[in-house]
Structure formats: C-alpha cells, structure tokens
Write a protein that binds this ligand. Sequence first.
Ligand SMILES: [Zn+2]
Ligand SMILES: [Zn+2]
Length: 336
Amino acid sequence: MAFNATAGSFDALYPGTDMSSLNWAEEKWVAWYVWWGNPIIATGMISFLMHEIVYFGRSIPWMIIDAIPYFRRWKLQPNKIPSPEEQWECIKQVLWAHMTVELPTARCLLTLPLDIIIWLFHPMAEVFGMKTYQVPFPSNSTMAWQIAFFMFFEDLFHWAAHRALHEAHLYKHIHKLHHKYSAPFGLAAEYAHPAEVFILGMGTLAGSLILCLFTEVHFVTFFLWVIIKLFQAIDSHSGYDFPWSLKHFLPFWAGADHHDFHHMAFTDNYATSFRWWDSIFGTDHKYHAYRARVKSAKAKAITAEDFFKAEQEINAAVLSEGLLTEAALEAKLKKN
Ligand SMILES: [Zn+2]
Ligand SMILES: [Zn+2]
C-alpha cells in the first residue's frame, strides 16, 4: 500500500508505527483512516457502509428463501409470505430512513439524534476513551468477552425499552410502525420510527461506552458487535425456524419463533437475543401456551395437511386476540 499521497495523515495518526508488525486487518484499518485523513469521517463512513452492506446483504438470502416454496414447511406463519411488492415497499422505506437519518442530507430535528449516533460517534467514543483509528487491535479473547458483555447488556436494555414502547402513548406514536407486519420478514427488522431506532440503538451502543469506564475498548470490537447484532435482528424477523436454527442448539437463544410470536400476538417476548428476561419477568406465558397448542396439534394431526390447517386456525386466533390487545391499548388513549 502506498502512503505517499497521504503521508501527512499517516504521520499525524500513526507516528512511529511499524507497519510490518501489523496483521492484514490492522493494515487495512490503517489504510482506511490514512486515506480519509479525518478520523471522524473515516469512522462515520465505515459505519454507514457496513450498515448498508450487512443489512441488505443479509436480507437477500431471506428474500430468496421467501421465493422458494420448498422452505415454506419451516415458515412460522406459512400462509403469510411477503409479496415482492411488500418487500420492495419495505426496502424503499428502510433505505429512505437510512439515507435521511445516517447521511447529513435531509436533516431535520427528528433525525438529528441519529446523525449524532453515526457522525458524532467518533468524538463521543473518544470522550469515553474508546480507541478508534489506533492499532494494534485487542486480542481475540478480549474482543470475545467484550462482545458477550455488549450482547448481554443490549438484551436487557431492549427488554425494558421494548416493554416501555408497548405503553399506550409510546406505542401509538412510535412503536406501532414496527408492528405493521404481523408476520415479519428479514427486511422488516429496521422498519421502525426514527425515535425507535434511536432508543433501541442506545442499547447497542451504551454497553460499549459503559465498559470504556472500566477497561480499554476498541471501536473494532464495537464494529464486529454491530455486525453480529444486525444478523441477530434480521434473522429474528426472518419468519423461519429451521431444524438447524441456533435456538435448537442453544436453548436460551431467542431465535425467530420468539420474535415472530411477538409480531403476531402484539404482546410477550420483548427481549432480542436471549429468552431468560421474558422468562424471569413472566412476559412469555402466552407464547408458551401458544407453543403447547401447536405441539399438541402436531401430535394429533394424521397428515401434514391436517397439521397445516390446525396451525392456521391457532395462528388466526392468536392474531385476532393480538389485534384486540392493540385496539384496547389505543382505546385507552382516547378515554384519557
Ligand atoms: Zn413490539
Ligand atoms: Zn420486530
């Protein structure tokens, strides 16, 4: 890699750094920051590009799966396949939100907090002492335990904040948009009000800032964590529970069926990655009753067709009860 054109920024950011001591990823990291010459823009751009590539890149396989009837046997709400028009509508909405909230273009007061997340992340991270452009990276074991902490923190934060978003006012004005799809699909993971993206995004971010108060944290660890978080969010909205899905190997992993039920029933299962908080706080009773009904319908059904019919009836009953729950929540506001 040639540093001649940007030797000034190399000297400013990495004085005395021995490039031969760095691994491949660290070299690329240095090249990126040197090329931009401005760490704030370099951090903002890599965050924005990673978000777009991972979000849409991870959603494409789910769109292909939706188009192949073979996979319907593992669809949680098998009669609710998103149409290409619905998917396209969702892509446009999410892209519009990303462009207006993450690039400093069509900026307004509502989107300003999100600009702060992406573009002021770097200065904020530095205030908390997070390493950003610096090399070398932390060891793999340091990154692993810190990501585990971010995940634990985010899951608890999300459980509490998501539960609060189901209170009448917050639901009507913020969270209702995300519940447009009672049978979610991968692309719908970030189909949400900007205020919701901001509130729940704080759960993804805050763990890393808090940890900075106690130990050294590098932006690359946070970067890897956000990639994992995007996979988790998209997969939990996919609408498919395969025999090889992670929750069949890690029983505490929430997986798609946990969050799919939340969209169908408008209640229960507020956490993201893990099942334990909903279990501890008793916000999964309806979900377990539903799973038991589906299980007994499967045991009673003689043919696959019988089971398909019984499952449809159970799902329809859950959905209509959910719609009543949602209507009752909104009626509460009208009374007050
Ligand atoms: Zn919700
Ligand atoms: Zn959702």
